[in-house]
Design a protein around this ligand. Structure first.
Ligand SMILES: Cc1cc2nc3c(=O)[nH]c(=O)nc-3n(C[C@H](O)[C@H](O)[C@H](O)COP(=O)(O)OP(=O)(O)OC[C@H]3O[C@@H](n4cnc5c(N)ncnc54)[C@H](O)[C@@H]3O)c2cc1C
Length: 397
């Protein structure tokens, strides 16, 4: 992108990584995205390319074999990838969240065991909080983990695991009996090892199959059924029972920056497609871009792209500086996902009838954008987080 979504103050290394990723997206992702998405086919070659570039270890510290890059670098990489195809960014996102949680909250043994193999992409992470009966209301989780000597026995059903089939490690939130009064204090995060695949992948854990989705295809989204599944107590994240809710929320917070970045990527692509099409398509004797109604749409779309990008960069930088960023991440996610839906819709309208044809990329973006209004917390949940944070800071005296 020549003019939009530029980021001031990047290091040479960040610029180099972004240039490499952009080149990869232009050559290896965009030309194949449409066909793979329509076939709902896992992008195995693209994922192999990302492994080669070291993207699975982008934010994992160098001492564990990763590139040790910041959340900002990650967000900008995700923006580029989502510009090519959002599903590809979905492949690395849950992996990145799980690596972040292990890095921040894991024991030394857990870090040594998982992070080097996560950095190469040999171990791939999925993140599981949602259940058939709940998504926003995480503290209501029903899946139970009952202590039995040195092990826990897990029973329950999980829903909406992005990378549920292709991952080999699930960060799972389950209810344990800690005797705490507050419900979220009775939740524990587990590191569940499993082979990739579907069916009963290990005794007591079944990954039934892919959920058919309206968009966000290619990447597998699944259920997970735990039935008497046994796991060692050493697989409790941080060996800290009852602290899982906080650990997962920390993961979700960086995940929100990632969703905002994805929304920026899709909006950038929608703008690129629209601005091209508007200069080629002629009506009433001139390109439609010369009709003020269309030119103004382009102006508004570009302004939204720019605002969303800046807020996402701001939220990532705040987290990187070690400051609390729940409000900033919530604002970035809210604004970027809502603007993405609007920009995509306007690009679709600019394409006229062709926007409805499966031959045109905008048709795919139209099906992808709505997911961003829901994933990592709906817009209503973002508003709840933002307003709570504001009322905390602006408390009337
Ligand atoms: C493709 C896809 C992939 C996903 N991947 C994952 C994953 O990898 N891991 C994972 O754990 N989950 C995942 N999810 C689940 C996702 O996080 C939830 O769908 C999301 O959090 C919303 O939860 P819900 O679907 O249960 O909706 P609900 O919580 O039932 O909400 C329904 C509606 O009510 C509104 N609402 C709920 N509570 C309130 C309130 N207090 N105030 C105002 N409005 C409210 C919501 O905003 C929404 O509009 C995925 C979902 C999808 C669709």
């Amino acid at each position: 992108m020549a003019r939009l979504a530029q980021t001031a103050g990047l290091t040479d290394i960040q610029r180099e990584i972004l240039a490499t990723v952009k080149d990869f997206v232009d050559k290896e992702v965009i030309p194949h995205a449409q066909a793979l998405e329509h076939a709902d086919e896992y992008p195995a070659d693209i994922v192999a390319g990302m492994r080669e570039m070291g993207l699975f270890g982008l934010t994992i510290p160098e001492e564990y074999g990763g590139l040790g890059e910041s959340l900002l670098t990650y967000a900008l990489v995700v923006e580029q990838i989502a510009r090519g195809w959002m599903s590809v960014s979905g492949v690395i996102n849950t992996h990145f969240i799980v690596a972040h949680m292990i890095k921040q909250h894991g024991t030394d043994a857990q870090k040594r065991h998982y992070l080097p193999r996560m950095a190469t992409g040999e171990v791939r992470g999925a993140f599981s909080m949602s259940e058939p009966d709940l998504g926003s209301d995480v503290a209501a989780i029903k899946t139970r983990a009952k202590r039995d000597g040195d092990e826990y026995v897990i029973d329950g059903a999980k829903m909406w695991l992005t990378n549920g089939g292709s991952s080999t490690l699930i960060a799972l939130l389950a209810r344990t009996d800690e005797g705490a009064e507050k419900p979220h204090r009775n939740l524990t995060a587990f590191l569940v090892d499993k082979p990739a695949g579907f069916g009963e992948v290990v005794p007591g854990l079944t990954i039934p199959g892919k959920i058919e989705k309206m968009g966000y295809k290619g990447v597998d989204t699944t259920e997970a059924v735990f039935d008497g599944y046994r796991i060692g107590a050493d697989k409790v994240l941080g060996e800290a029972p009852g602290q899982g809710f906080g650990f997962m929320m920390d993961g979700v917070e960086v995940g929100r920056v990632n969703v905002a970045a994805r929304a920026c990527g899709i909006a950038i692509r929608a703008f690129e497609l629209a601005v091209d099409y508007a200069q080629q398509r002629r009506t009433f004797g001139k390109p439609i871009a010369e009709h003020q109604a269309i030119a103004f749409k382009l102006a508004e779309m570009a302004t939204k792209v720019e605002a969303a990008h800046l807020m996402t960069v701001n939220a990532a930088r705040l987290k990187d500086s070690g400051q609390r960023n729940d409000v900033a991440a919530g604002m970035a996610k809210l604004l970027a996902s809502e603007y993405c839906a609007e920009v995509t819709q306007e690009a679709f309208r600019i394409h006229g009838g062709y926007g409805y044809s499966k031959e045109y990329e905008i048709e795919r973006l139209m099906r992808e954008a709505p997911f961003l209004l829901i994933g990592e917390g709906t817009s209503e949940i973002q508003k709840t987080i933002i307003s709570r944070g504001l009322l905390r800071e602006y408390r009337a005296r």
